[in-house]
Design a protein around this ligand. Structure first.
Ligand SMILES: [Zn+2]
Length: 146
């Protein structure tokens, strides 16, 4: 069990606030989620939920359902690293909403070892999976309106 120092908590809070700023950039109407990936105290990636590069920005179909092609914020952030020379091994993911079960698999498999999140998603299967996989989880209550 690692002890969260004041200094670490300050950094965690600051990075999570950046994730909230990134959430604002999402074109999705139903839900806006932001993610930041930090490694060795450097931001190596960022993401928000949205459609893939080159596709129409609109996330919802005519029935106001989220389009299947929309990528979640953490998936976008991880995939951005995959397309770069960086690695997510041992990195920390900061995300405004706790990951869904599909993204949890990506998080663990990409070598991310720590997840800091603000709000808890209604389905906690992802969090349970990450805990089982040995990924350190931290929930920080941040009010994004501050
Ligand atoms: Zn997801």
């Amino acid at each position: 069990m690692s002890i969260l120092t004041d200094k670490q908590l300050k950094y965690d809070t600051a990075y999570l606030r950046i994730a909230f700023e990134w959430a604002k950039l999402s074109h999705c109407e139903r839900k806006k989620v932001g993610a930041i990936i930090v490694k060795d105290r450097m931001i190596i990636s960022d993401g928000y939920n949205g459609t893939p590069t080159g596709f129409d920005n609109c996330c919802e179909d005519e029935n106001n359902e989220t389009k299947w092609m929309v990528l979640h914020a953490e998936a976008n952030a991880i995939l951005k690293v995959a397309a770069s020379t960086q690695s997510t091994k041992g990195a920390t993911l900061y995300i405004t909403l706790s990951p869904c079960k599909d993204c949890s698999k990506l998080i663990h498999q990409s070598g991310i070892t720590r997840v800091v999140y603000a709000k808890e998603y209604k389905d906690t299967t992802g969090l349970e999976f990450l805990a089982k996989a040995g990924v350190e989880l931290l929930k920080l209550d941040i009010d994004e309106t501050e």
